[in-house]
Design a protein around this ligand. Structure first.
Ligand SMILES: CC(C)(COP(=O)(O)OP(=O)(O)OC[C@H]1O[C@@H](n2cnc3c(N)ncnc32)[C@H](O)[C@@H]1OP(=O)(O)O)[C@@H](O)C(=O)NCCC(=O)NCCS
Length: 143
């Protein structure tokens, strides 16, 4: 996914930022339209939520658009079902010259909101900040 921060020109990039400044949480209730043949939620639906959340975090850090260049790790820990409320939390773990590594943790509150919050997936992705021509652009250091 690509994220463009509203109206922020790439030239406004700061020298450094903390992980807290780019932390993002997205929440989404799973629909019965998202299920696979086994009646659980399709992994691709969870992966899209992860990519969206990580892209928002990378875009915040970069003060502009950032594209997914690599999914380095993707682990599904427990099944997700229709009606579950998923929360994906993205944290920037590394900033290079133009690239950023983002870790994402996904938890589920079950549809009847009983029982413990369950960790259902974790992932680590790499994004690259790009300029208006789609070329890599430098990002703030991570402090
Ligand atoms: C991302 C993209 C702009 C990088 O262009 P590029 O010419 O390969 O850039 P460079 O070789 O100069 O590398 C730029 C940075 O990306 C990193 N990078 C490149 N390929 C990578 C990969 N497969 N995995 C991890 N990092 C990678 C480099 O290490 C470098 O990091 P640094 O600047 O922090 O040291 C280009 O590959 C691209 O447009 N890819 C398609 C992105 C896309 O469509 N994503 C899906 C939809 S969002």
């Amino acid at each position: 996914m690509t994220v463009q921060s509203a109206g922020n020109p790439p030239a406004a990039v700061r020298d450094s930022k903390t992980p807290a400044e780019s932390q993002v949480m997205l929440k989404h209730i799973m629909s019965e339209h998202d299920t696979n043949l086994y009646g659980t939620i399709h992994g691709g639906v969870v992966m899209k939520l992860i990519d969206d959340t990580a892209a928002a975090s990378a875009g915040r850090h970069a003060d502009g658009p950032a594209v997914t260049v690599s999914v380095n790790r993707m682990t599904f820990l427990a099944p997700v079902r229709a009606g579950d409320l998923l929360s994906a939390e993205a944290t920037l773990e590394r900033a290079g010259r133009t690239s950023m590594d983002v870790a994402v943790r996904v938890t589920a509150e079950r549809w009847n909101f009983s029982g413990p919050v369950t960790e259902v997936a974790t992932a680590r992705l790499t994004f690259v900040a790009i300029d208006a021509e789609g070329r890599p652009r430098s990002v703030p250091a991570l402090v």
